[in-house]
Unconditional design. Structure first.
Length: 444
């Protein structure tokens, strides 16, 4: 049950990001709450403890590096396991070997599972008895929220530590180290790099140290190939032009971004609305998903305060289906800005919520005879339609007719606000109420 060496024998071999990987906790950039002085990981190692844990954080934040350093500092055997390539049989084989190593040599085994969220339920269940018995120390790394991706039994047996994306300043420091280091970095081969170019790489990397080092390595390779003596921002833009916005179409970030867009619209923040919309579209989001959420916004957050909002978004939805990306992006932007600037009201949202709760509480309330359909003589003889009054035959097209079940007579679900069209709607509802009340009085 061997493993590849923690670090290659020749540190000058391999991609720059791998060559620059920290070889001690003191070399780790960022995540000081975990690995700095008094950090929880450093404290665990000081106390000789090595519990099962999961590192949750964005790409390039140091999850794999810290896991490797943790195993190395604890003197444990580290085995990597692929959730994609291996099944339950392979998992049990690895863990049985770990049990044998522990019993024969007294050595602990760290089973490192990168992207542990890809494990299915059967694979996760296979780990449980070995984790509980202490035969393995499970260390997982994931970019997805463990609350959603790990089953409850496994999640209760591991400690989750959250890693933050690196700041542009931290990444800038890493890039400078790579340019100065002649042994494992680019110090012996790199031409001069403008500060503006380095700062641009740090920003484009969006918190991902690995991506930043890859961009720098590519820029140096292109500069050397073209015989350039200096790397400027224009060259960096050229080598990074295919990098898309940070966006995970299937994971938590997907829902975080659509949540940010929805809340920016709700708060009437045009600039934030356009920003989050662009983050999604430029990152590869399905525009049909975006427009479906915008249709929801039109009714949930605007509703009758501006009924035209739904029409605007429906028109944009037509553009999405018949034009597609990238041509439909401006239609989406136009609809988003309209939603953002429209008068806001959640009165319709609240009203329908009240009705749903009432229906759930008493789903079988009897339909009043007056508003029942009576297509046959038998149904008419049974009283269906008795008392019905045709609104168009009444003055102002309002009849003295109760349409709610007897148990709900007098109930009011929809309470329009004073914003936008709803102010006029409130007046109209009061006008209708008075007409009905007046006719009921005359009837008496």
């Amino acid at each position: 049950m061997g493993q590849p060496p923690l670090f290659p024998d020749d540190p000058s071999i391999g991609p720059l990001a791998e060559r620059m990987r920290p070889r001690a906790l003191d070399d780790v950039v960022g995540q000081q709450a975990l690995v700095g002085e008094g950090g929880v990981i450093r404290s665990l190692l000081t106390d000789g403890e090595l519990p099962s844990l999961v590192f949750w954080g964005p790409p390039g934040s140091g999850k794999t590096t810290i896991a490797r350093l943790l195993a190395d500092a604890a003197g444990a055997e580290m085995v990597t396991f692929s959730a994609v390539l291996s099944g339950v049989k392979e998992a049990r084989s690895v863990m049985s070997a770990a049990r044998g190593l522990r019993r024969s040599e007294g050595r602990r085994t760290v089973l490192f599972v990168d992207e542990i969220h890809r494990f299915n339920r059967a694979q996760q269940d296979a780990f449980l008895p070995f984790v509980e018995a202490g035969d393995i120390v499970l260390v997982g790394a994931t970019t997805e929220n463990p609350s959603f991706e790990l089953n409850r039994a496994l999640l209760s047996r591991v400690k989750v530590y959250i890693l933050d994306p690196l700041t542009p300043e931290q990444i800038l420091g890493l890039l400078r180290q790579a340019l100065e280091n002649e042994e494992t970095g680019l110090g012996s081969v790199a031409p001069k790099v403008e500060l503006e170019a380095l700062e641009l790489i740090a920003i484009v990397a969006a918190g991902d140290a690995r991506q930043a080092l890859n961009h720098l390595e590519l820029a140096v390779a292109v500069a050397r190939s073209d015989g350039l003596k200096e790397i400027d921002a224009e060259l960096v833009e050229r080598v990074a032009q295919n990098v898309v916005a940070v966006y995970d179409k299937g994971g938590e970030e997907h829902y975080n971004l659509i949540s940010a867009l929805h809340k920016a619209v709700r708060n009437s923040d045009v600039d934030a609305t356009l920003y989050w919309l662009a983050r999604m579209l430029e990152g590869g989001a399905d525009p049909r998903f975006v427009i479906r959420r915008m249709l929801r916004m039109a009714s949930e957050d605007i509703g009758m305060a501006d009924p035209r909002a739904l029409q605007q978004v429906a028109a944009a939805a037509h553009a999405v289906e018949h034009v597609g990306m990238p041509e439909c992006e401006l239609a989406l932007a136009q609809a988003a800005v309209y939603l953002c600037l429209a008068a806001k009201s959640n009165a319709l949202y609240k009203a329908y919520g009240k009705v749903k709760r009432e229906v759930a509480k008493r789903p079988g309330l009897s339909i009043p005879m007056a508003v029942r359909n009576a297509p046959t003589n038998l149904m008419k003889e049974a009283g269906y339609g008795d008392g019905y009054r045709y609104a168009h035959d009444e003055k102002d097209a309002v009849a003295d007719l109760e349409c709610l079940p007897d148990e709900l007579v007098g109930s009011r679900f929809f309470h329009p606000t004073e914003y936008g069209w709803e102010a006029r709607i409130a007046e109209r509802m009061e006008e209708i109420r008075k007409l009905r009340t007046g006719r009921q009085t005359k009837k008496k």
